[in-house]
Design a protein around this ligand. Sequence first.
Ligand SMILES: [Fe+2]
Ligand SMILES: [Fe+2]
Length: 400
Amino acid sequence: MKEISRLRIMFVDDELSVIKSLKRTFRKYDKEWKMYFFTNPLEAFESLKENNVDVIITDMKMPEETGFELLSKVKKKYPGIIRIILTGYANKELIYSSFEVAHQLLIKPISAESIIAVVTQINIINTYIKNKELQNVINNLSYLPPLPEIYLELSKKIKDPESSLNDLAKIISRDPSLIADILKMVNSAYFGLSNKVFKISQAISFMGIDLIKDIILTSSIFKNLKGTETQIAAIKKVYQHSSNVLKYSIAISENLEMEDIDKNYIFITSMFHDLGKIVLIMNLGKKYEVLLNSAEKDKNLNLEELEIKYLSFTHSQVGAYILGLWGFSTKVIQSILFHHHPELSECTDSYLLGTIYLADYLDNKTNPNFKVELNRKYLQLVFKDINIDELIKKVRSENE
Ligand SMILES: [Fe+2]
Ligand SMILES: [Fe+2]
């Protein structure tokens, strides 16, 4: 683990009792974190003039100013600060408006562990992505994909010990397109089930709720985007490519003795390894489309090189950063961050990264105009005694 610098967090809640209990809970983190507590959002904002803060966690409903208003100002004046809203109830409108200003929405009651998990995660991403300019750009993007309402509702329900499989199935069943996506996945060859599954509750028990949540997240992000014709066309391409990478990844993983946890991450990592492209297409429009088109048409140009030259950061960094804000595991973030240059990861034991890297290469290789090279030395290090050429041959023949 790389060294993690001291994180600075500001908590804002108008209820003194909440602030007192937060202080008690986080007292033991005094050495690792520098913390600021405020009951008045106006004073909290004023203090940012003197105090450098990395993360601000604010209540939504406050008399002087709402959390939404506070974070709007923070976003404008201090875009580098990570903004989190804590709220008692999340309805659709609130979630959508929150994501205009917040990176994450935590639903009360929330345990200290959940806040710690989010904050620790953010700290890890900041350690990996030191580029402050990138952090500022991402935190200031007008379009940050929101976590879908059903996703948040499911996350909450899962934590409720009283909830049953049927309760979860009921939430999912409200959206027919999600039902179709989930049933398609559970009935795919990957699960190798002898009988067809028709019910969401059955799908949950076969696939596990985490994978179901990942499917919901990816299909909501890909399907609910609104943009210009060229933006939508570019995103469709990313979707097609990501679906191909998923197919290749599954085929590769079948040849590796992968731990179950890594197997479960294959779906989200494959489908979102290029999430950064979507965010950049949505935010930068033509400026980014030009880079995508150049990389696609000119054999001598490579997308990441163009991104560094013209944007000073890459789609891999953007995607990893957002997955981090959403609270995904370090393994997933690492695999996305280094999917074009795994050798930079200092990590030679991740089957997940090796798999995504090879799957991405295999799909990109089908386009004769792409500038792609395979770092065999790295792959051999990760895949140990597996014959890379044979593996590629096998995976290709299975996917033709
Ligand atoms: Fe990529
Ligand atoms: Fe890719």
